[in-house]
Ligand binder design. Sequence first.
Ligand SMILES: [Zn+2]
Length: 436
Amino acid sequence: MYVCGPTVYDVPHIGHGRFVLVFDVLRRYLEFLGLEVRYVSNVTDIDDKIIARANDEGRPPEAVAQQYEAVWWEAVDALGVKRPSETPHATAYVAAMVALVADLVERGAAYDTADGVYLSVAAVDGYGLLAHQSLDSLLSGARVEPGEQKRSPADFALWKKAKAGEPAWPSPWGPGRPGWHTECVVMSLDLLGEGFDVHGGGIDLAFPHHENERAQAVALGRHFARHWVHNGFVEVGGEKMSKSLGNFTSLTDLLERTDGRAYRLLVLRSHYRSPVEVTPRTIADAEEALARLDALAWRFGLPTGDPGTDLAAARAEGVDADALDRFLSAMDDDLDTPGAMAGVFELVRRANATADAGDEAEGRLLARSAQVLAGALGLAMAPRDSEVDEESAALVARRDAARAAKDWALADELRAALAGRGWVVEDGPEGTRLHR
Ligand SMILES: [Zn+2]
C-alpha cells in the first residue's frame, strides 16, 4: 500500500486524522486476514507552504519541517495508528526525481520552459481516468495562469526552477525543486515496484494529484497502482464552526479533548467513502459507545490492549462463528465498517444479556468475540484506570455537586475540563465515573 502522507508545515487537521485511520483500518484488516502488508507513506518535507512559513518566521525550512513532523507522529501515535513500514522523505529522493523527469523529457512527454519542466498530458493515454472526465472536458474553460510557461492548462510542473532565496537542488534544467506529483510516483515505484496493490489518500487527492502521479507512470510505460482507494471528507459543523461553540480546531486539539479511540470509533461508524461529521456531539456519542466496550472488558475481566489476534487464531479460539462470518462479509463488501461495528455492538449486547441471565461462561465468550473483532479494526479496550489524580478527583466532586444542584452548564464545563485531562466521563447512578 502507498498512502500519500502529510506536508509538514502546520499542525495536522481533523481530515488528516481520518485518512490515517481509514488506511490503518484497511491495513489491520488485511493483516487480520493473514496477509503481509508493506505500508509506505511519504513525508513531504519540502514544499511552497514550508518555504513560506520558514520565510515568515525567519528560520530554515528544515526547522519548520522537523518541528511539524514531530507533531504529526505524536498525533498519529495518539490515534493508535500503526507506523508505516517505510516513511520516505521528499528531500532524500530529489536525485531519483530528477532522473525520472529527465526520462520523461527524453521520451518527449515533458518539456523545459523558463519557469520549469512540465508534463504534456496530451501524450498520456486515458488522462482524466481518476477525475472521471475526458481531457477535452478538463480543458474546457481552463486557462494557463499568468506567469506560467506551460503549453496547455492541463499540463503540470515536474520541476520548478528556483527563485532567489528558495532552497534548490541541481538539475539538467538549472537549480530548482521537484513538483509534489513527482515525489509520490518515484517513491511508490521505488519502494513497492510496478503494479503495487493499493494507492490511497483523501478524495481531494484523486484529482489532480493522483491523476498526475498516474500520468507520469503511464508516460514512462510503467504499471502503476492496481487499486485506488479514496476516503471521504470530514465535516465539522458547517457555518456553526467556531471555537466558542466547542468545535475542534485541529487534530491536536481534538486529541487533547478526547481519547483517540473515540475518533477511530466515529470513523468506523461511517463508510470510508462517505463524509463524516466531527463535532462535540458526534464525539460524545462515540465516547459513550467506547465506554460500553471498555465496561465489557472490565465486567468479564478480559485482558485489555490490542488483542493482536488474526483470523486463524480467532477461529481456533472459538470466536462466535456466525458473528465472525457476518463481520468478514461486511468488511469484504468494500469495507463496510458501519456494518462490521453494528455486529460488534450486537455482541456486546448479547454478552451482557447472556451473563445477566446467568450464563457467565457464554457471556464471556461473546464478550471476547466482540473484543477480537473490534481489535481487528484497531479498536482496543482500555483498562480501568484506578489512578485518578487529586485534581481530577476534585473536578469530579465539583461536578457531582453541580449535577445535584441541577447546574447543567457548570456540569458540562467540568466534563470538558476532565476530558481535557484525558478522561472519558460517564454518568453512573453513583455519580461521575472516569476512565482513560
Ligand atoms: Zn501523493
